[in-house]
Design a binder for this molecule. Structure first.
Ligand code: GAP
Length: 513
């Protein structure tokens, strides 16, 4: 399936099966704002829990907090967001459409990358089993040429953005002959910076109201609580503070569904370390976070690191974990070595000391910080788009199946009475009553059982449990596995353990070891 088609399918499937709805849909929607529906809210919660367990519960030296969205406005001055949290924007004079200049350039590079993919696929076909992808990519002159061109463009863009040389960013767009994706026009304005924070007001009367911002990242709530947590939790460096929560950005390029939203959720962890140890912790968290991703089995080839050329105003090293979304490799998570920038800034702006007393060294210092920051909605999109497949079956039919990792699936099992009579629904409902203490389960009695299986496949439910007339005789049921469609006869009393073995967080997180 072409990537565009696949992405359209993802969006319509997410709506049809109660995962994601456009916000305010009956009022024609609100751009780049989405609501999570009955299944989506469960999937999102399960991803959040999976992250929280891996980061907080499994690490003795990491604790979690939940700080407020509203924060003192000086925090955003101190953090640099008021002055530097900008996107470079460019307008097309003919279409009057506004774009992010860096995204136009990145999309241009993505097209070159698609050419590389095409060459690789062609060669794969030609050489069959003897094909060595890594060797081909590093030696084929055409592919090497494409890659060099991408590197050259991105490096120049990075340098120009770093140096705030917006004239060169425009020159690059013109040299590459990048056109408005909607109209093909190349009549561009200059590139300008645009601040992404949403402003709001606190207070009852207009004259006395205080200007506030909706937080654009959750990280600052951790920094300003650093000393409170360290003291009350008697935390010793190295230690981490994690939190999940909403963040808001006035994104201009508001497309790609839940990939880039104006209101979204982050899962962030700030790891406080001794100055000078940041390189080793950077490597540690790169590896650890990649292991977390790989534990979910979305395919190791679907991830890659992308080291930053242009560093954010607070970082001395940074990398993105990119995921292969239906529209290509894009940032899913950021790992940043933030130095002591944030704590020092908050010390300077608040006038309060934010230092750590190291008993071993008998000295105080401002800790350095290693950050891991992942968008929950992006992780949702990664998991969901990767899971949606159309399978050809032996009998020449196809089935749509959402192969979500069982640990994340919203509904773990559907209990289906074969027919709506002879006491089968009562037994099925009793199974629901017993299992719901441990798992989110569904009862479904409508339509023929084959159609119910298909419906649960498309919904991502890992198990279907069918109660039939034999159940009346021997207290056994059929359990059907979503991915293999294999069916087994098992005792009702064994159901809990069979399901637990596959959906239990421990079973999945142990793969990180
Ligand atoms: N505290 C660091 C920070 O906020 P970031 O790279 O700007 O870094 C971290 O954001 C992650 O948040 C990104 O990797 C992405 O997954 C997610 N994210 C950022 N902007 C987003 C948006 N507009 N919509 C959805 N997710 C977003």
């Amino acid at each position: 399936m072409a990537n565009d088609d696949q992405f359209k399918k993802v969006i319509s499937h997410a709506k049809e099966y109660g995962y994601v709805f456009q916000s305010s849909e009956i009022y024609d929607g609100l751009s780049a704002v989405y609501d999570y529906a009955q299944n989506g809210a469960e999937l999102k919660k399960n991803i959040r829990d999976y992250w929280w367990k891996a980061m907080v519960q499994m690490n003795d030296n990491i604790v979690g907090i939940d700080s407020a969205i509203f924060m003192h406005p000086t925090i955003w001055k101190a953090s640099g967001h008021v002055d530097a949290f900008n996107d470079p924007l460019i307008d097309n004079k003919d279409s009057k459409k506004r774009y992010r200049a860096d995204v136009l350039i990145e999309d241009y590079c993505a097209k070159i990358e698609a050419k590389i993919d095409k060459e690789v696929k062609k060669a794969e076909k030609r050489f069959g089993d003897a094909f060595n992808k890594a060797e081909f990519i590093s030696t084929n002159p055409r592919v090497v040429g494409y890659q060099e061109k991408i590197n050259e463009i991105l490096s120049r863009m990075g340098k120009s953005l770093e140096a705030e040389d917006l004239l060169d960013v425009k020159a690059l767009i013109e040299e590459l002959e990048i056109a408005d994706p909607l109209t093909g026009s190349r009549n561009w304005t200059d590139v300008k910076q645009f601040n992404l924070m949403f402003g709001t007001k606190l207070g009852a009367s207009a004259e006395h109201a205080m200007d506030l911002y909706l937080r654009p990242e959750t990280a600052q709530g951790i920094f300003v609580n650093f000393l409170n947590v360290q003291k009350t939790g008697r935390m010793k460096i190295p230690f981490g503070i994690a939190q999940t929560g909403k963040a808001f950005r006035n994104e201009i390029v508001a497309r790609q569904f839940i990939f880039r939203m104006r209101e979204f959720e982050q899962m962030e962890m700030q790891f406080f370390i001794k100055p000078g140890t940041q390189k080793e912790w950077f490597e540690y968290w790169k590896e650890t976070r990649m292991k977390w991703h790989n534990s979910l089995g979305l395919g190791e080839d679907n991830y890659r690191f992308h080291d930053h050329e242009k560093l954010a105003h607070y970082a001395d090293a940074a990398t993105d974990i990119e995921f292969k979304f239906p529209f290509g490799f894009k940032e899913l998570e950021g790992i940043h070595s933030r130095t002591d920038f944030d704590l020092k800034q908050h010390e300077a702006f608040s006038g309060k000391k934010l230092q750590y007393f190291d008993h071993e060294d008998n000295a105080s210092y401002t800790p350095y910080v290693l950050e891991t920051s992942i968008g929950l909605d992006r992780m949702f999109l990664a998991v969901f788009s990767n899971a949606l497949v159309e399978e050809e079956l032996d009998n020449n039919t196809t089935r749509t199946v959402l192969k979500l990792p069982a640990v994340l699936a919203p509904v773990k099992a559907a209990i289906l009475p074969l027919v709506k009579k002879d006491g089968l629904p009562d037994i099925a409902k009793q199974i629901v009553e017993d299992l719901k203490w441990d798992f989110n389960v569904d009862y479904d009695e409508k339509d023929a059982v084959g159609r119910r299986y298909r419906r649960q496949d498309a919904n991502g439910t890992p198990f279907c449990i069918t109660v039939d007339h034999d159940t009346l005789e021997d207290n056994t049921v059929t359990i059907r596995h979503r991915d293999t469609m294999e069916q087994k006869r098992v005792k009702i009393t064994d159901l809990k353990n069979i399901i637990k073995a596959e959906v239990d967080v421990k079973h999945w997180l142990q793969k990180m070891k």
